[in-house]
Design a protein around this ligand. Structure first.
Ligand code: SF4
Length: 357
C-alpha cells in the first residue's frame, strides 16, 4: 500500500497495550500481538509480506486496519570522520524531517525529531529559523528509531563491535514538550521490553523550557532524562536567544526544574550553547553557577554550530575550559563540553532543518 495515499492509521502509533485491546475486540489471540510486535520492533520488518508466521486472517485484519510506514530517505549524508550519518526522511504528507545516527566506540545513538520545524524560534537554531510546520505522530517518531536500527542491523559497526541502538535523544527538529502526548507514546513504544527495549536511563529529552511540560513530566514521573536549554542566566539574556523565555520566564522555569529534581530525585542536564562574546565570559559562568547551585545538575556546554540565519561564532577552547573551571571550583557543578560531531553535514546541535520537497 502507498502509505502517502493512505488514510488508515499507522501501526507504529500504537503502544502494545492498545494493540492488545484492538486484537481482543476482533477476537484475535494476544499470542498474535506478541508475534506481530516482535516482527515490528525486533526484526524491524518493512512490509506485511515478511510476517510469514502470522495466520492469514490476522494478517488480513491488520493490513485492513493499519499501514506500516517506512519513510523514504530523500537524502542521506555521511560525515567525513565516518561517525555521523544524517537522514532526510519523507513523511506521508510530503513533509520532511531529519534524524541522525551517531556512532561511538561500541555504541550508537539516534537523535530523532519530534516536530516538522519548530515554533520556539531560538535565534541560533536552523529548525527555529524554518518555523513550525506540524507535530509528528508517535509512529513518525518511532519510525526514525526503527530506520536507524535497520541500518545498524544491516551494516555492522566499522570496527565490528556488536551494535544495537541503545541510546536515543529527542534533540532533533522540534520541541518535544510542545508535542507531549505523541512523544510520550513514542517513548512507551521504544521502551517496550519485547521490542527495541531502550532503557529509561538511555533516553534523553531536551526542552527549551516549556514549564507546563516539565511539571507534567515530574507529576507523571516519566522515565526519561531531562535536558533543559538555558543559554542565558538572566531573563533578558535568555529571552534574546530563546523567544520562548518570554512565555515561560526564567524564574518560573527554575521553579519547575526544582519541582522536577525534588519530586523525582533526578538530576537535570542544563545545556548552554557557547557563543563567543555573547554568553561565554567569566561573569556568565558565575551567573550560571549562582542560578543552579544546590540543584542536582550537570551543565553541557555546546560550542555554537554554524547556521545560515545566525551570525555568531563558537567560543574558543580556552573560554570553554575557563567556564568549566568556574562551574566546578566556584559552585561544585560538573560539566562537559560537547564533542563537535557531524558539523560538516549540518548534523550538529541546532543545525537540523528540512527543505521542502
Ligand atoms: S533549539 Fe530546539 S526548541 Fe529551539 S528552535 Fe531549535 S528545535 Fe526548536
Amino acid at each position: 500500500m502507498d502509505f502517502r495515499a493512505s488514510s488508515v492509521r499507522s501501526i507504529l502509533d500504537l503502544p502494545r497495550r492498545e494493540l492488545t485491546e484492538r486484537f481482543a475486540e476482533w477476537d484475535l489471540s494476544p499470542v498474535h500481538v506478541a508475534r506481530l510486535w516482535s516482527y515490528l520492533y525486533w526484526e524491524c520488518v518493512e512490509s506485511w509480506g515478511e510476517m510469514e508466521e502470522l495466520p492469514a486472517k490476522v494478517l488480513r485484519r491488520v493490513e485492513a486496519e493499519f499501514h506500516l510506514p517506512v519513510p523514504p530517505v530523500a537524502r542521506e549524508a555521511h560525515s567525513a570522520d565516518g561517525f555521523t550519518r544524517k537522514f532526510l526522511l519523507e513523511q506521508g504528507d510530503g513533509r520532511r524531517i531529519e534524524a541522525v545516527l551517531m556512532r561511538f566506540t561500541g555504541r550508537a545513538t539516534a537523535c530523532v525529531s519530534s516536530q516538522a520545524g519548530c515554533a520556539m524560534g531560538c535565534t541560533f537554531c536552523a529548525t527555529g529559523q524554518m518555523g513550525f510546520q506540524r507535530h509528528l505522530g508517535p509512529g513518525e517518531i518511532v519510525a526514525q528509531a526503527l530506520h536507524i536500527q535497520r541500518i545498524l542491523r544491516r551494516e555492522p559497526a566499522p570496527r565490528g563491535e556488536p551494535v544495537r541502538l541503545r541510546n536515543l535523544v529527542l534533540m532533533g527538529m522540534g520541541e518535544p514538550l510542545h508535542n507531549y502526548d505523541s512523544v510520550m507514546t513514542a517513548v512507551d513504544i521504544l521502551r517496550d521490553q519485547s521490542g527495541l527495549a531502550l532503557g529509561a536511563a538511555r533516553i534523553t529529552l531536551s526542552t527549551v523550557g516549556v514549564v507546563p511540560g516539565i511539571l507534567r513530566l515530574a507529576e507523571e514521573a516519566r522515565p526519561v532524562h531531562l535536558a533543559v536549554s538555558l543559554h542565558g542566566a538572566t531573563q533578558a539574556d535568555r529571552a534574546a536567544l530563546v523567544p520562548a523565555a518570554r512565555k515561560w520566564p526564567l524564574d518560573e522555569l527554575m521553579d519547575a526544574c526544582r519541582v522536577y529534581t525534588t519530586k523525582l530525585s533526578r538530576k537535570i542536564f542544563f545545556e548552554w550553547t557557547l557563543i563567543e562574546g555573547v554568553n561565554d565570559s567569566e561573569d556568565h559562568a558565575h551567573a550560571v553557577g549562582r542560578l543552579i547551585r544546590g540543584m542536582p545538575a550537570q551543565v553541557n556546554l555546546i560550542p555554537l554550530n554554524p547556521t545560515t540565519g545566525y551570525d555568531g561564532a563558537p567560543s574558543r577552547r580556552e573560554a570553554a575550559r575557563r567556564f568549566q573551571d568556574i562551574l566546578a571550583e566556584g559552585y561544585g557543578l560538573p560539566s562537559t563540553v560537547r564533542q563537535r560531531r557531524g558539523i560538516d553535514i549540518a548534523a550538529g546541535c541546532g543545525q537540523l532543518a528540512a527543505p521542502e520537497a
